[in-house]
Design a protein around this ligand. Structure first.
Ligand code: 5CU
Length: 372
């Protein structure tokens, strides 16, 4: 398949490996996996969750289920990452040891998985490990995890939430971590979990719609904007950060951000470049659910890349097909609607030629994750 057409590489697909699922089952408060009155397992992910939880099953932990899903949608390679809320709820000691064990589990999951009939033979599964980012953790424990991930042949980076070790990812205390990550060349996949203050959502019962559709992207936008404003990219210019959900709302707001910075002497004097320059350093998954939105994100990224390199062809947009195992179809025999929508979007962005479509389907991701 790989030689016949551009590979389809999914950069945003999650797992709860069995060890993590067991941990969730052992808990009596969220995040937890519980059994409901009908005897079915349910995932309760947030403390304030009012619903009876989400269905959870083998799609979350069974590698064969992941591979069947990939086969059904023609996905050649998946860059598998741990799903939220990662280790956020653990004590420093538990977070440190679970990170070690889960990173080893994920490497094993990828190494012992199948390969493609390609030359050279690429694996079908690569992974993004975990760092024990919790309040009170000694920085050297985080650095050990960076080293562990960097030494694992099939782990290409780490996934992390927006809290850092309690004060966010713009916390100066994290500088040694960014420095180590930059040195190893690992990718950081920045992903939301908490949304934003839910008092904005009003009193009507809207299920998870507002927190997923708006809260998630706003959380990512705030975190990466704070990171940019802290001048972290001036200190660590070679960091490679991939943003979930096509960068939240950052592409839409980047020029407004640049203008607000220009009008604020304190922040402006802290940064070496225009805000849009830093956008050119970021990577974006291609989840936009519509060709117009995807085309828009790609145009904003292209402009940002021109600030940095003068290049005109967006290289930093990589296929994310669907948040497997989140968003399954509501009835079992249906197709995963969002998979189909995201693939259709890649195929129908106005003005993209085959080269650009192939880039977003897989070539960009292979380069970014250094999969050769
Ligand atoms: O849309 C998403 O990315 C997700 C996710 O990763 N985790 C989750 O709990 N819901 C939606």
């Amino acid at each position: 398949r790989l030689t016949a057409m551009a590979p389809l590489v999914d950069v945003h697909t999650h797992v709860y490996l069995p060890r993590y699922a067991s941990w969730l089952r052992s808990r009596s408060i969220a995040p937890r996996i519980m059994v409901n009155e009908a005897g079915e397992e349910r995932l309760l992910i947030l403390e304030k969750e009012t619903s009876a939880g989400r269905p959870v099953g083998p799609n979350y932990w069974d590698r064969n289920a992941k591979l069947s899903f990939m086969d059904e949608y023609g996905i050649d390679i998946s860059i598998v990452s741990f799903a939220n809320p990662w280790l956020d709820f653990l004590s420093p000691a538990d977070a440190g040891s679970l990170a070690r064990d889960l990173n080893a589990d994920l490497e094993e999951y990828c190494t012992t998985g199948p390969s493609l009939a390609s030359s050279p033979p690429l694996k079908r599964l690569y992974g993004l490990g975990l760092l024990p980012l919790v309040p009170g953790i000694p920085i050297p424990t985080i650095l050990e995890a960076v080293t562990q991930v960097a030494q694992a042949p099939h782990l290409k980076g780490v996934i992390m939430g927006t809290k850092g070790i309690g004060k966010g990812i713009d916390d100066d205390a994290l500088d040694p971590v960014w420095e180590a990550i930059e040195k190893t060349g690992l990718i950081v996949f920045l992903h939301p979990h908490y949304g934003v203050d839910s008092s904005a959502w009003g009193e009507k019962e809207n299920g998870h719609v507002l927190s997923l559709a708006l809260g998630f992207p706003f959380e990512t936008t705030t975190a990466i904007t704070r990171f940019i404003l802290s001048a972290a990219f001036d200190r660590f210019p070679f960091l490679k950060i991939l943003l979930a959900h096509s960068g939240g709302t950052l592409p839409q707001l980047s020029s407004r951000l640049a203008s607000c910075i220009d009008h604020d002497p304190i922040v402006a004097s802290r940064l070496k470049h225009d805000a849009r320059f830093y956008l050119g350093k970021l990577w974006f998954d291609a989840v936009a659910y519509g060709p117009e939105e995807l085309g828009f994100v790609s145009e904003v990224i292209s402009r940002a890349e021109r600030y940095e390199t003068g290049a005109s062809n967006p290289k930093s947009l990589a296929a994310r097909i669907e948040d497997h195992p989140f968003f399954p179809p509501l009835s079992p025999n249906e197709k995963w609607k969002s998979v189909v929508e995201n693939l259709d979007a890649i195929d129908s962005v106005a003005g993209w030629d085959q080269n650009e479509r192939d880039g977003v389907r897989g070539h960009n991701a292979l380069t970014f994750f250094n999969i050769q």
